[in-house]
Design a protein around this ligand. Structure first.
Ligand code: DX5
Ligand code: ZN
Length: 230
């Protein structure tokens, strides 16, 4: 059975001065996961949060914490983020010369292992490691900032990823991140996404419960009938 649709609000667009309340509000509004964007100013041209903020969010919610590591040398920080409460640790394949080892290190920590690709990175480069992953994260914007527009050419990569997952009968979550809203949720889910990350579309257009419900309804309507579970 394929996974059901998950909505993962990205706290990058939240009010950081009221972070605990913001996280509680999206949880109450129906979010499935909390997506946390970690940026180091090296791999991407922006700096965001580290393990202390993940630890603070851990205390604010029971939802799984989906930590997206946009950092060089992610191996150096996996333990710290896991200790802080990360449930899913996603690294960028562009930052990992020994991706298989990194994925094993994440699993050894007891977390779910995700790998992310920049918009220009071909899905074929992950063919050999796909079976080892819990999650594949396809970036639909260039990582670094919230509020960017969805890059349309990424849609065919989502389809290719879904075909690869299906062809090998794998149970991998297919997460798409960047420029997602209720307007394009159906197309992205139809292409194969099982997790929608959304920052601006949720936190900049309250009420959160309404936008999460709209996004879920649009996405579920585009799923294959046998997987249409909320
Ligand atoms: C971008 C981040 C995204 C971002 C999404 O580098 O990985 O998670 O916060 O924000 P929106 O939904 O505003 O594009
Ligand atoms: Zn992200």
């Amino acid at each position: 059975m394929m996974p059901s649709l998950k909505i993962a609000p990205s706290i990058l667009a939240a009010d950081f001065g009221r972070l605990a309340d913001e996280v509680a509000a999206v949880e109450a509004g129906g979010a499935d996961w909390i997506h946390i964007d970690v940026m180091d100013g090296h791999f991407v041209p922006n700096i965001t949060v580290g393990p202390p903020i993940v630890e603070a969010i851990r205390r604010s919610t029971k939802l799984p914490l989906d930590v997206h590591l946009m950092v060089t040398n992610p191996d150096d920080y996996l333990g710290a983020f896991r200790d802080a409460g990360a449930d899913i640790l996603t690294v960028h394949c562009e930052t990992c010369p020994h991706l298989h080892l990194t994925v094993q290190a994440i699993k050894d920590l007891g977390a779910k292992a995700g790998v992310s690709l920049n918009p220009e990175t071909a899905i074929e480069s992950l063919k050999e490691i796909l079976a080892d992953l819990d999650l594949l994260l396809i970036m639909s914007v260039n990582p670094g900032f919230g509020g960017q527009s969805f890059i349309p050419s990424v849609m065919s990569k989502i389809r290719k990823a879904k075909d690869l997952i299906d062809a090998n009968a794998l149970q991998i979550e297919l997460e798409v991140d960047g420029g997602i809203s209720s307007d394009n949720a159906a197309d992205v889910v139809q292409a194969g996404a099982t997790i929608l990350v959304a920052g601006s579309a949720i936190f900049k257009t309250p009420p959160y419960d309404m936008v999460i419900r709209q996004m879920r309804r649009a996405g579920i309507g585009a799923m294959p009938v046998e997987t249409q579970r909320a």
